[in-house]
Design a protein around this ligand. Structure first.
Ligand code: MV4
Length: 509
């Protein structure tokens, strides 16, 4: 079954839109951008062969207008729509509407998106397919009384989760029966307000866990392979901060890595998967055991670390599979080589509770050099923050082993200069120096346990240097104050030689 694709509409913005357009260009496919009023001058618009306005800045009025986007695709002669991640990417109704309009949705079938959207339905499918799931319910709970009975059967501690949720909202850990009723009501209320469905279910709570996920790829002919795992245990409020492959959690467990890969392929087959997807597992080091959590039916933010260790261009492969090509390799052709790490660079202030920051990029120096990759959707002069996700770039490095990759990431972070707003660059740099990170000895509570804002700004000469800079820059340009804070923060991890400092103070560097 060949489907000709010569033009793809990319229904997204930022770095992922740019990423997909690069894959299109390499395959000789034209790309079409859509943009909101806030993105008139954005990178993804400049990268595209054509671009169409879809509405005002708020996502509801632009990037989430599925019918409008489909109409534009039809009018401009695109044969396919790539949804990126977020926005419409995991909306089964949108995927179906795209196909009903005679276009190709570059992603899994609507049926797979829908069945994996319900965590209880997904658990049932995976249980029946022999994929390990956390002991617990396979249907939603009708009331608090049912929750109490189920919890008694599973045994405390238990975890209440939203059936239509994901990403941590509507979750409650319950340690004793006295708390189950209030937790049920609370979780249900939160699930209803977040997902429009108050259904919750129970699982055995796994107290210490690591997040290990497996990349899968399936073609239209039933061929499914996995591209090994990524570990994403370094998270903050369910937002991933660092991702890597191979998973340090599996360092001494090669048989478990193989077993997880096979489980992920079985999971993809069980839900009729096609195209790129990720099977998330909870890894319990006390067993060690792993359990199915959910399937992410999209190309994920952290896909580059898999590309770096496998040499497979996942975005290109998505396009080729959508055109009806069979997978160009078999499982045994794939191997993990070396180690890759990704740091997410966000417009957030790590010294101030990760408050989203906004502003115009005043200066931008990106790291480069061997085995360093920056996936970014912004450039100097771009306005960042306010309307969309604060992710501004991803810094990905490869090394022949984990230690080499960490060294390279340190070097790359030290080269990075972004001014105009606060970023998570210094925070990533702090993680790269942490003994427990270096040892691979961490779980999903790492940041909560280990990070304090004061750690970013040692009370040393940084402040004095900043004061000196303030005097110089303050005269040179308006708004210099913000820039100074940034320099101070970025410089904290960098050895500063005397002559460099003098140069800066004199305003010549
Ligand atoms: C769990 C768990 C412990 N036990 N389930 C959080 C997001 C959602 N996708 C699943 N999550 C968890 N489910 C049981 N039965 C702990 C978490 C969890 C977590 C999982 C992956 C990555 C980071 C996390 C942070 C806190 C809790």
């Amino acid at each position: 079954m060949q489907r000709k694709i010569e033009k793809v509409l990319v229904a997204n913005r930022g770095e992922i839109a740019v990423r997909v357009m690069r894959a299109c260009r390499e395959l000789g496919i034209k790309s079409v951008a859509v943009y909101s009023d806030a993105d008139r001058m954005a990178q993804h618009v400049q990268q595209a062969d054509e671009a169409y306005r879809i509405g005002p800045a708020p996502a509801r009025e632009s990037y989430l207008r599925g019918e409008h986007i489909i109409e534009i695709a039809l009018r401009c002669g695109a044969q396919a729509i790539h949804p990126g991640y977020g926005f419409l990417a995991e909306n089964g109704d949108f995927a179906e509407a795209v196909e009903l309009a005679g276009l190709t949705f570059i992603g899994p079938p609507a049926s797979a998106i829908r069945s994996m959207g319900s965590k209880t339905a997904a658990r049932k499918i995976m249980f029946e397919a022999g994929v390990p799931v956390v002991p617990g319910d396979k249907t939603g709970l009708p009331n608090a009384r049912a929750a109490m009975e189920s919890a008694a059967k599973i045994g405390y501690p238990v975890m209440l989760k939203a059936a239509m949720g994901g990403g941590g909202k509507g979750m409650r850990v319950v340690h004793t029966e006295t708390n189950i009723e209030a937790a049920f009501e609370g979780a249900s209320r939160e699930a209803l307000s977040s997902f429009g469905d108050g259904t919750v279910y129970l699982e055995k709570y796994v107290p210490v866990s690591r997040h290990v996920e497996v990349q899968v790829m399936a073609d239209m002919y039933g061929n499914v392979v996995h591209l090994f795992e990524r570990e994403c245990s370094i998270q903050r409020r369910h937002q991933k901060v660092i991702e890597e492959s191979p998973a340090p959690a599996l360092e001494l467990l090669p048989e478990m890595r193989d077993e997880m890969g096979r489980a992920a392929v079985a999971a993809a087959k069980a839900c009729g998967y096609v195209n790129a997807g990720t099977v998330e597992f909870l890894f319990d080091p006390s067993g060690p055991n792993f359990y199915f959590l959910e399937v992410n039916t999209r190309l994920q933010v952290e896909h580059p670390v898999t590309e770096m260790v496998t040499g497979v261009d996942l975005a290109q492969l998505q396009l080729r599979v959508a055109m009806g090509e069979p997978l160009p390799f078999k499982q045994e052709d794939l191997k993990q080589t070396g180690h890759a790490i990704e740091c997410r660079i966000s417009a957030e202030d790590p010294a101030n509770g990760f408050l989203p920051d906004a502003g115009r990029i005043r200066t931008l120096v990106r790291p480069a050099g061997p085995w360093v990759r920056v996936d970014s959707g912004v450039n100097v002069g771009d306005e960042v923050g306010v309307y969309y996700d604060p992710l501004v770039a991803k810094l990905i490095v490869w090394g022949e082993n984990r230690a080499a990759a960490i060294e390279r990431m340190r070097r790359a972070l030290d080269e990075y200069r972004i001014t105009g707003f606060k970023t998570t660059v210094p925070f990533s740099r702090w993680i790269m120096d942490h003994p427990r990170f270096i040892a691979g000895d961490f779980d999903t509570s790492f940041i909560d346990r280990e990070f304090r804002a004061e750690m970013l700004i040692p009370q040393d000469e940084g402040l004095i240097r900043a004061a000196a800079l303030a005097a110089v820059l303050g005269e040179r340009e308006k708004g210099g104050g913000q820039q100074i804070k940034q320099i101070q923060q970025v410089s904290d991890h960098r050895p500063s030689s005397g002559w460099k400092r003098k140069g800066r103070e004199a305003g010549i560097s």
